[in-house]
Design a protein around this ligand. Structure first.
Ligand code: FES
Length: 185
């Protein structure tokens, strides 16, 4: 047989409860606290990478770096080809997103031009259509001429260019943070 006792909620007696009921209330409170603590821990674990990603460029601005993209003799004069490299500011958790690319054109014996692959509208990767001698953006129909200037569509300015140099037979691109313009309309 259970004896009824007073229990208090927020410091004042509110109801009569047996020891069994008190134990049940304590167990529920304990489980509630464990659940809240676990949810908090999960939220912190999930939130740290997101906050780090947002703040990283402010805390650790990316310095441009020279990146080798291939030997000079592996590029034909007059050809525009895609070259891959790592973003200069990869974060530990960037994974495959640290990989980026540029369009590289050999214009002379030791002369190259490198265009950003990112459209100046909203950053979609543009592709080079050799037959038309145009860069085309698949997202909203942006079109750029061979020299990177805007031919049609919403891009507000020409494709960004990277500095290029030849160093010990290697073509190197000076990469910086992916160039994107702000959205104006
Ligand atoms: S992102 Fe290229 S046209 Fe919009």
């Amino acid at each position: 047989m259970h004896t009824r006792v007073d229990i208090t909620v927020n410091g004042s007696p509110s109801e009569q409860a047996s020891p069994c009921e008190q134990a049940e209330v304590s167990r529920r409170r304990f489980l509630t606290r464990i659940s809240v603590a676990a949810a908090g821990a999960i939220a912190i674990l999930a939130g740290v990478p997101v906050v780090g990603f947002v703040l990283a460029p402010l805390v650790r601005p990316a310095k441009p770096r020279w990146r080798p993209v291939g030997r000079v003799d592996s590029f034909e004069i007059g050809q525009t080809v895609k070259v891959d490299f790592s973003d200069p500011s990869p974060l530990p958790w960037s994974g495959i997103t640290a990989k980026t690319a540029a369009w590289l054109r050999r214009v002379g014996e030791g002369e190259f031009i490198a265009f950003s692959i990112n459209c100046r509208h909203l950053g979609c990767p543009v592709r080079w259509v050799d037959g038309a001698k145009l860069f085309m953006c698949p997202c909203h129909g942006g079109v750029y001429y061979e020299d990177g200037s805007v031919a049609a569509g919403p891009p507000p300015e020409s494709l960004a260019r990277y500095a290029v140099r030849v160093n010990d037979g290697q073509v190197e691109i000076q990469t910086s943070a992916i160039p994107l313009t702000t959205f104006n309309s």
